[in-house]
Design a protein around this ligand. Structure first.
Ligand code: ZN
Length: 214
């Protein structure tokens, strides 16, 4: 399950510029949040810069995890620091994550940097095993629970185009309908004023990244 793609990962130390692309956290309902990310086949200097930048954006937003789709990139990786603070905790990078062996269930409140200010309860497996690679090409194999388990599940969902609001119960979703409408209205107006490109432009950029890394 997913292991073959992990083993095809190659590491390339040549310098490739990210170009003019500036990373920022995109918000619901940006279409890239619904894009299913493809496995990464190579890691280069530009990708390491992207990861560094993702940590910075995550800290600015006081988050504990950030997936590549959330910075409008279609690649299968996410970053985590459970302390949300560069001076504390451990910076972890998960490339091509695969979640297996779910055990138990647990309900807890979640939020998301792509839905700022919105919170809701989500039921998820209590413990999972996560298998991935880090930036050095070392395999990560960990049995996780508590906040760590919830974060890796939330972030892996992002890579599949799934948001935590999709996993809320129907009755809980009714409570956030108004807030989602506000996100949608704001996104529409940002688009109309040129703050967000149209779907075709976004799709073309995602294809370019996929051609380079996937
Ligand atoms: Zn999120």
């Amino acid at each position: 399950m997913g292991h073959v793609s992990l083993e095809r990962l190659t590491y390339n130390r040549e310098i490739i510029h990210v170009g003019e692309y500036v990373l920022e956290i995109i918000t619901y309902p940006h279409p890239t949040l619904r894009h299913k990310s493809k496995p990464i086949k190579r890691v280069d200097t530009a990708l390491r810069e992207v990861v560094r930048e993702m940590f910075e954006l995550m800290y600015e937003a006081k988050g504990v995890g950030l997936a590549a789709n959330q910075v409008d990139l279609p690649i299968r990786l996410f970053v985590v620091n459970l302390e949300a603070d560069p001076a504390k905790g451990e910076e972890l990078v998960f490339i091509n994550p695969v979640i297996r062996m779910p055990k138990g269930t647990e309900e807890n409140e979640e939020g998301c940097l792509s839905l700022p200010g919105l919170y809701g309860n989500v039921v998820r497996p209590k413990k999972v095993r996560i298998n991935a690679y880090n930036l050095q090409g070392e395999e990560i194999n960990a049995d996780v629970e508590g906040l760590f388990s919830r974060v890796v599940q939330h972030e892996t969902d992002h890579l599949d185009g799934v948001l935590f609001i999709d996993r809320m119960t129907e009755s809980a979703k009714v409570d956030i309908d108004g807030e989602l409408d506000m996100f949608e209205t704001e996104f529409k107006s940002r688009r109309e004023t040129g703050g967000v490109p149209n779907d075709a432009v976004i799709a073309a950029r995602l294809s370019e990244w996929e051609a380079k890394y996937c």
